[in-house]
Ligand binder design. Sequence first.
Ligand SMILES: [Zn+2]
Length: 314
Amino acid sequence: MSNQEDGRTRRVAVLKKLIIAFLICGILIPIVLCILLFIKVGQLQRQIDALSAKRQMSVASEPVMAQPKPESSVEEPEVLIRKEPYEEISQTETEPDQADAQENLTKVYLTFDDGPSSNTEAILDILALYDVKATFFVTGKEQERYLPLYQRIVEEGHTLGMHSYSHRYGEIYASKEQFVEDLNALQEFLYDTTGVWSRFYRFPGGSSNGVSEVPMAELTEYLTEENIFYLDWNVSCQDATGRNLRPQQIAANVTDHVGKYHTAVVLLHDAADKTSTVEALPLIIEEIQGTENMEFAPVDDEMTMVHHLEQQEK
Ligand SMILES: [Zn+2]
């Protein structure tokens, strides 16, 4: 081999080394870098997925307003508009419960006609014992022994209603004038005795009685003009049927029927011969006080007036 050839061979070898070095630097290093970058991108993608999953979960549990902002600004007003309806929906979601409770509620108005009597004290004692307020539709009895009873009715928070002064159907229903005269006599007598100007009336025999010579509409209109509410009943304890009912039966006649109404107006009598009614009273009260969605109330001018000609069940 000549020296010339030796020199060429060395140059070729150097060139080969340079080419290999170039291949390593120009191709392998970028490939390795690419692989490393791919790995890094994969890791970052997993982190993004995990974070966005977390974000969605927290958004779902937050109120509507915490939803991520829509990307387009055009949609933003829509979200603001939605705010109120959403809030309304959440309100109406709670309302049905209250409405249901209201829907099922029965207010029970115990009303005692014809008093005062020798049984009034016993009735008042029982009402006081159970802390129940009731309503007494009384007649005019001016004898000394009755006066404290009118007063006690008022003092103990019961409603004092009118049931005609004389309770004689033949007189009060003979003409409008006689009706008015009887009404005025009772209203003034009660005012003088108790200081209460009664504004509630129960027609003897009810507003649907078939005995009045005067059309009942004329009398009810007159009461309305005088700012007096008249009230019939939708539940009767049947203590005036003439038959001698046992207290348990009288109580059942009430408790079996009050639940049909939102406003249950119960007819009872406060009379000397109605001791079974007095005995039935604790049974009635205990049963109703032990029933959910039922409560006692005295008659007032905000209640739904029960009228025989326009009765409504639940
Ligand atoms: Zn009566």
